[in-house]
Design a protein around this ligand. Sequence first.
Ligand code: SF4
Ligand code: SF4
Length: 80
Amino acid sequence: MIDINEAKCTGCALCSYVCPHGVIAVENGKARLANVERCIECGACQLNCDQGAIFVTKGTGCLVSIIKEDILKIKEKGCG
Ligand code: SF4
Ligand code: SF4
């Protein structure tokens, strides 16, 4: 899960630049989640926000779905 505290956001857009999946857009001087389903929870946005306006919680994004898919594929093949 990713959350942006709009009150803390200064609209610097650094989070948008560092996001590898185009999740964050800056409009009217504030960051917003434009494609939240594409978030892989890498944490780059949170690490680069010097205002502490972004919070990323592990465990609910598409990366988890990808990992689960991989595990299911392994099970389908009869491995492990
Ligand atoms: S890096 Fe932080 S302050 Fe800058 S636009 Fe993103 S959320 Fe706002
Ligand atoms: S956690 Fe990573 S993928 Fe998700 S919005 Fe932040 S920089 Fe983008």
